[in-house]
Design a binder for this molecule. Structure first.
Ligand SMILES: [Zn+2]
Length: 690
């Protein structure tokens, strides 16, 4: 169980380093990430390396038994580099250069950046490959966090090369639908990144540019990986993802190239259900690891510094956050950063060792967490089990977030988070899978929002249901192919036959408006007008509802003359939607028997309670329990059957009883028992003898 965080000794005089290692030992720190932003000190002039200070840091850490996740230091080129290679600076869609003076000021396609990064990675690998403190290599940092896409001329040329590898000119024109708005290309040289345009840019071009940009950053990572594999074989390599937080990188493409899947997660301080968002990110990360253990590379002991109001974690919240990540598969808990900075942009970001020093609540909680993680040593390597999986991909996020869709309120991210939250509240652990994943071990598969769906993935879903699986599909899934071109003949084109429905029109709701379904459920955001072909109607639209959420009165009808209500506005007291009576009786939730399985369709966004009710019903039908326990319950198991039940009580006012048997590794108390308000138990459950 790793415990520690980013260690930036270069920010401090050398005598502080000696205090650092004493305190690290006191807290039980066993892994620190060194050198993430050290390029300027390691290479103060082009090609001249100064490793003396890093030698002393690594030797000191090793002498104190602290392992090192050693960065290749390429996340942020120093000012001399940008001055010498001005064409390496990134450019935004509007043509503005992003200058040095913060971090990550490089164009991912820049040959000079890539050459310099590889040179530095090689120098570090040659010097430290046999250092006893070295545990793993850490390439870059949060790739794409600030510059996910560069629109400069260098990137434009690289984009054209990427396109040439995939298309000839007629195929490019076909894939991008360039007959629309007179965009036909007669030479690759005419093709540009989707720079700022007078009107909506070509969405298929934008989708390909997002794919290209993720691949360009991956190429930066792979170039360094190749050097590390060559010079330092056998040492694991990672780079810290930002799963569930940043959506610009296709991590399904990246994950096979890291030895350790690691991620960073930061809470949204204003969100009362931030712990569910944490679970969402952790579950996605476990998906990237193929269900294997992974590593929480960064989170925070308290406040961050980049939200409008940076509220610290309450006492006990850091412990719950850390152990919630461990519950969902992380073999440790690391933080940004070891010692709070005195200077720089992140000086108000919390740390393991705060500005106040060791006489502080934060430090005492850090030491307690270190002790907790030592008590959980035997959990290391255990895997999380789940019977339900959510299928998603990044290209659907990218395609659906382009302008020009039926409703701005309908986003992949919201759908994914909403469905995951419903299952969290039902007490059901969920895995995340790519559309090309292996569904065979899951009795229940959810597609909350998979807007882009190609023929191969469509066929795999069909095969899954045919073979007895239960599939639940959310609205606006399977609508377009890989080129963002609509499957025609009735929505959702790719899934129409599997779902046994044929929808003709999308009919979004006004902002804040709701619709009542015949089974009493409440929908919002989205409706569809259509009919079933082979499916059974579970619930249909009624002409009730359509009120402003929270409004009790009927209000007046928005009639044909009501052009005075732009999107989001409603007349005083709410009012009926003119579409209400035309949709009444149309199918909203359907179920289609297909082969030995069943495929459900939900053509609106159900509110939380309604979605929970529906998913509980479907889970029951597939034999999956939905205990809704009032605790966060997650199990990790070893192959020998030893199981650890993590029980986290997020209510800091109420104790919760738990009927499970076993021994709590954190307190050595036996269960059945009580998980105290705001507390955690990790209950060891041995397999039955014989
Ligand atoms: Zn560029």
């Amino acid at each position: 169980m790793y415990f520690g965080g980013d260690y930036n000794p270069e920010q401090w005089p050398e005598q502080v380093w000696h205090d650092d290692v004493v305190r690290m030992r006191e807290a039980g720190v066993n892994l620190v990430t060194v050198g993430v932003f050290s390029w300027a000190l390691l290479e103060p002039r082009e090609g001249c390396h100064e490793f003396g200070w890093l030698d002393r840091v690594l030797d000191l850490l090793d002498a104190n038994g602290i392992g090192v996740d050693l960065a290749t230091a390429t996340a942020s080129p120093p000012p001399w580099f940008s001055a010498a290679h001005p064409d390496s600076l990134p450019v935004d869609a509007g043509g503005h250069v992003l200058w040095p003076g913060s971090r990550q000021a490089y164009c991912p396609s820049s040959p000079s950046y890539r050459a310099a990064a590889v040179r530095l990675a090689r120098a570090l690998a040659e010097r430290y490959r046999d250092h006893p403190a070295l545990r793993m290599w850490h390439v870059g940092n949060e790739y794409g966090c600030h510059v996910a896409r560069c629109y400069c001329d260098v990137s434009a040329a690289a984009f054209r090369d990427w396109l040439r590898d995939r298309y000839d000119l007629p195929r490019l024109n076909e894939a991008w639908g360039t007959r629309f708005w007179s965009q036909e290309y007669f030479s690759f040289e005419e093709v540009l990144p989707p720079r700022r345009t007078p009107a909506v840019p070509n969405p298929a071009q934008a989708l390909d540019f997002f794919r290209f940009s993720s691949a360009e950053l991956l190429a930066c990572y792979l170039a360094e990986l190749e050097v590390l594999r060559e010079v330092s074989p056998g040492v694991p390599v990672t780079t810290n993802f930002m799963a569930g937080l940043h959506w610009d990188i296709d991590y399904w493409e990246w994950a096979p190239h890291v030895d350790v899947v690691s991620t960073d997660h930061y809470l949204r301080a204003h969100d009362p259900e931030a712990h569910i968002d944490l679970a969402f990110a952790a579950d996605i990360t476990r998906g990237l690891a193929g269900g294997a253990p992974w590593l929480l590379m960064e989170h925070s002991t308290g406040a961050v510094n980049w939200q409008p109001r940076n509220i610290p974690k309450t006492p006990g919240q850091m412990r719950r956050n850390s152990l919630a990540h461990v519950a969902r598969g992380s073999d440790g808990a690391l933080f940004f950063q070891w010692r709070a900075s005195r200077a720089g942009a992140e000086k108000y970001h919390s740390a393991l060792l705060p500005h106040a020093g060791v006489d502080s609540r934060v430090w005492r909680e850090v030491c307690e967490l270190g002790a907790d993680l030592r008590r959980l040593e035997e959990v290391e390597g255990a895997r999380v089990g789940a019977d339900v999986a959510i299928v998603f991909d990044w290209q659907s996020v990218w395609a659906q977030e382009q302008p020009g869709h039926p409703s701005v309120d309908m986003t992949v991210r919201d759908e994914l988070a909403t469905w995951h939250r419903a299952l969290w509240k039902l007490g059901v652990t969920v895995d995340f899978l790519p559309a090309h994943g292996d569904f065979s071990s899951y009795p229940l598969l959810l597609l909350p929002s998979l807007y882009v769906l190609g023929e191969t993935d469509r066929a795999a879903l069909d095969f899954y249901v045919e073979g007895g699986g239960t599939l639940v599909v959310g609205a606006y899934s399977g609508v377009v192919d890989e080129n963002d071109a609509v499957w025609t003949g009735g929505y959702p084109g790719a899934l129409r036959d599997l779902l046994g429905v044929r929808m003709e029109e999308f009919v979004p709701l006004g902002e804040g408006r709701t619709v009542t379904l015949s089974d009493g459920s409440t929908g919002g955001v989205w409706r569809e007008l259509g009919r079933t072909t082979t499916a059974e109607v579970i619930a249909s639209y009624t002409d009730d509802g359509f009120r402003l959420a929270g409004s009790g009165s009927e209000g007046s009808v928005i009639g044909g003359s009501g052009g005075g209500f732009p999107s989001g506005d409603v007349p005083p007291g709410g009012g009926h939607d003119p579409w209400a009576r035309h949709l009444a009786g149309a199918p909203a939730i359907t179920r289609n028997e297909h082969g030995s399985g069943a495929a459900w369709y939900v053509s609106t966004r159900l509110d939380d309670a309604s979605l929970r009710r529906l998913l509980a019903r479907i889970a029951a039908e597939t034999g999956i329990a939905t205990p809704a326990p009032g605790l966060e319950l997650v199990r990790r198991s070893h192959p020998d059957g030893s199981t650890y039940l993590f029980a986290i009580n997020h209510d800091d006012k109420k104790d919760v009883a738990l009927a499970e048997s076993g021994t709590d590794l954190l307190t050595t108390k036996d269960f059945p028992g009580t998980v105290p308000a705001g507390g955690i138990a990790v209950i060891r459950q041995r397999p039955e003898a014989g």
